[in-house]
Design a protein around this ligand. Structure first.
Ligand code: UBG
Ligand code: MG
Ligand code: MG
Length: 380
């Protein structure tokens, strides 16, 4: 038995209401893939040297990722250990919601996710399914370029508390992508209450509540309990507090507060530089936007590179400016940020409705395979 969701059947609708993603917990993963309920892996943005060569250190100083796809129970475990009793209808990795939301942008991609509704809480947990990731030429080196950009664009603590070598030796340090700092946020998109977990590359300025402590080997710490903000943001927000997709000068948008660090976070990306007239460039920027928007990340820094992996330009962009940046170049058939949010709202409604028709703990796979529709398969 299966259900289908076709993108051409998405009903025209106004952009759904989306509340501000509120961080309810954060944690760190170390190279040995163990989880720590603190901010030890939080990094701080500091621009790299212009014209840096992203090949530097490859492969000698590279420890390729070995963690594999993470089960969503890992993020749920963090909430349990921190005694955060947050409720949601859907609990997933941010990257998987990015996949669902951006599926219409990539009609040739193929992926599979696994879903299951927990009997006790009624929450639908979603995680990676069987991977059918195709490899492409030079993939390992190009992935390294992305990780290397992260290594040379960040510091272990705020600039003031860094040693000269922390700053000047960034190009010589090991590149270890399994070292990660992650944030777990709670909010609603349209009618769906979500908890999403995802990796945060760095903080743009500083994380509220975190202060550098020189006794801790240059690392910073944070009291995990200070993140436990259960109970906030449960109800849909009034119109005046809702997030706007593309209003750069939106005076109603809440400014960063001590309680919520998400707008201080920063996503680092690398990309070949192409003009915005190029459909591939517009599509890529929209995906960068979606990935960051879904965790409430305030800034995206793009390291544009040439074909040889040498940085040619560094662009620092507030996440919410990206839809405005793309607008003058959009063709009538282009997917826009607003349309992707409309699709996502309806996809989430459809998923909930289908899953709730079956007893808890029924297993589902959600498949996308180059046919402009999602297929939800029910397994007995
Ligand atoms: P996303 O999708 O928003 O991506 C955020 C960041 O996670 C990326 O940064 C990458 O640094 C990393 N990441 C995402 N997908 C992969 C991937 N396929 N392989 C390696 N890194 C990835 N995560 C790991 O930390 N280590 C792994 O070895 C790893 N292996 C994976 C293998 C497979 C087959 C799949 C499907 C996923 C794998 N992941 C791995 C991803 C995790 O399952 C998990 O999704 C992620 O760690 C955190 O979730 P999100 O932040 O939601 O992920 O976008 O700048 O390139 P950037
Ligand atoms: Mg990353
Ligand atoms: Mg990144």
């Amino acid at each position: 038995m299966h259900y289908e969701f076709a993108f051409y059947q998405v009903r025209p609708s106004s952009t759904p209401s989306v509340s501000e993603p509120l961080e309810i917990a954060s944690y760190s993963m170390t190279e040995d893939c163990s989880f720590h309920l603190d901010d030890r892996q939080l990094r701080y943005y500091y621009p790299p040297l212009p014209h840096s060569d992203l090949n530097s250190g490859y492969p000698d100083k590279y420890h390729p990722p070995k963690a594999g796809a993470h089960p969503i129970s890992a993020a749920k475990g963090v909430l349990d250990q921190k005694h955060v009793d947050a409720k949601a209808e859907l609990f997933s990795w941010r990257g998987l919601i990015t996949k669902i939301m951006c599926a219409p942008l990539y009609p040739k991609s193929q992926w599979e996710l696994k879903l299951r509704m927990d009997a006790e809480s009624g929450t639908i947990f979603m995680e990676e399914g069987e991977s059918s990731e195709t490899t492409y030429e030079n993939q390992d080196r190009m992935c390294y370029w992305g990780y290397k950009f992260e290594a040379i664009s960040t510091l272990p603590t705020i600039w003031d508390a860094c040693s000269r070598s922390d700053i000047e030796d960034r190009d010589n340090q090991l590149v270890i992508p399994d070292e990660q700092y992650c944030s777990i946020v709670k909010y609603h998109i349209g009618r769906t209450r979500l908890i999403l977990a995802g990796e945060i590359d760095c903080v743009w300025d500083a994380k509220p509540g975190v202060t550098p402590d020189s006794d801790l080997d240059g690392k910073v710490t944070n009291d995990p309990a200070s993140n436990e903000t259960e109970g906030q943001n449960e109800e849909p927000l009034p119109a005046s507090k809702r997030r706007k997709v593309d209003d750069v000068h939106d005076s109603t948008d809440p400014s960063p507060t001590l309680e919520n660090p998400s707008p201080h976070y920063c996503e680092l990306k690398t990309s070949k530089k192409q003009p915005l007239e190029h459909v591939g460039m517009r599509r890529k920027l929209l995906k960068f936007w979606a990935q960051s928007y879904l965790l409430g990340i305030g800034t995206i820094v793009i390291g544009f590179r040439n074909d040889d992996g040498v940085l040619v330009e560094i662009k620092e962009l507030p996440t919410r400016q990206i839809p405005n940046l793309l607008r003058p170049y959009a063709k009538p058939q282009d997917w826009t940020a607003n349309r992707l949010l409309v699709v996502l709202e309806q996809e989430l409604d459809w998923l909930k409705k289908c899953v709730q028709k079956h007893p808890p703990n029924t297993k589902f796979t959600l498949q996308y395979s180059a046919n402009s529709k999602l297929i939800l398969r029910v397994h007995s």
